[in-house]
Design a protein around this ligand. Structure first.
Ligand code: SF4
Length: 368
């Protein structure tokens, strides 16, 4: 079992670029919704047929939850997982990191924190409408280090007017703190966000693709020289500290997503989509949909997720899915000759310079 994912759909503020599912006005129904999430987990125990190895709190801003709320959500999953659990991650923002919370998180068994640093430039943080300052990030990192969590940080690059020095400042945190994992995301313009509106209104420049590419390769290089291994398009880890929960997603393992907006996968061909609407989730009427993946969907997902990772696409999996056609073999040969792809042992993997084009290259092998 890849694990259990809890989607906590609350945030203190709406970040400029964010299109995740969350609400900033939740005080009236907070407890009711969290209790329903706990109930949803208990109602879906029949879907768990392997040991639970990972639990992940994402969102939204799960760092908002009180220790009591986290304890309530974790009680049953932890009991069922027992000593099989290897990773319990909480996404947190710097303003959530206090001595009291850290002690509580440790006591609850949380062993990995993914911290939303994003930038160390005060102007950029303001522009992004983040709820924290540079000083709060640095303070949070110091506290996290003393409490001995496995630590990951998030960085956003390719922001209009962002200087490469701003990106490097975040990378250099790995020299100063015990950070063994970094996720670097290119800013994207998602529909119905403030960023989308500002660009349409001419208040913000369009995202500069060339700048993003430059930032991407600089990050790739700077982390490589610091002994970080790039194991996914946006993810880098040192000392083998890859995110196990997310790696299982990319490997097509089963997981159960709890909460509004959460997805689930049975590891074979069924996906479940919980409604991205807190009130509809609370009413529990038409609050999720099931999707059965076609053979072509499964094939396409195999390329889409596989090419995003260092493990690539295994030949035996392709064989199980019916094997490669002559046309697909031709496409693969062309990509290999073009230096984008290699066949390493028993896996097709992308070369370093092709990571950024992973989705486009995967789509060349799609079946429609
Ligand atoms: S805190 Fe995270 S989930 Fe919430 S609005 Fe900002 S980026 Fe989105």
């Amino acid at each position: 079992m890849a694990g259990i994912y809890f989607h906590v759909p609350f945030c203190r503020k709406k970040c400029t670029y964010c299109d995740f599912h969350f609400s900033t006005t939740f005080s009236g129904y907070r407890t009711e919704l969290l209790e329903l999430m706990s109930l949803e987990f208990n109602q879906r125990l029949n879907e768990i047929n392997e040991p639970i190895q990972t639990i992940y709190f994402g969102g939204g801003s799960p760092g908002i939850l009180t220790p009591k709320e986290l304890e309530m959500l974790l009680k049953e999953p932890l009991r069922i997982a027992g000593n099989q659990l290897i990773e319990l991650t909480l996404e947190a923002n710097p303003e959530d990191v206090t001595e009291t919370n850290l002690t509580a998180w440790k006591n609850l068994g949380i062993n990995r924190i993914s911290l939303g640093v994003q930038s160390l430039n005060a102007d950029i943080l303001r522009w992004m409408n983040r709820n924290h300052s540079v000083e709060q990030s640095l303070h949070a990192l110091t506290l996290l280090e003393t409490h001995g969590f496995s630590l990951s940080i998030d960085l956003i690059f390719g922001i209009p007017n962002q200087h490469i020095h701003d990106v490097l400042a975040v990378i250099e945190l790995v020299d100063q703190y015990q950070i063994e994992h970094l996720s670097a995301y290119a800013l994207t313009k998602e529909p119905n966000t403030a960023l989308d509106r500002w660009i349409k209104q001419g208040k913000t420049a369009e995202i500069d693709d060339e700048m993003q590419i430059k930032h991407y390769y600089t990050i790739q290089h700077e982390l490589k020289v610091r002994n970080f291994i790039q194991y996914e398009v946006s993810n880098y880890a040192k000392n083998g500290q890859v995110a196990k929960h997310n790696t299982n997603y990319w490997e097509g393992k089963p997981y159960i997503g709890i909460g509004p907006g959460a997805h689930s996968f049975d590891g074979v061909s069924t996906r479940r989509w919980n409604v991205s609407n807190n009130q509809r989730y609370i009413k529990q009427q038409e609050w999720f949909e099931l999707e059965t993946l076609s053979e072509n969907n499964i094939w396409n997902e195999c390329w889409l997720t596989g090419l995003r990772t260092v493990n690539g696409v295994p030949l035996d999996k392709l064989q199980l899915l019916g094997g490669l056609s002559n046309t697909e073999m031709e496409t693969l040969k062309k990509l290999q000759e073009g230096g984008m792809l290699r066949l390493e042992n028993t896996h097709y993997t992308l070369t370093d310079s092709a990571w950024l084009s992973a989705d486009r290259l995967a789509s060349e092998l799609f079946r429609i």
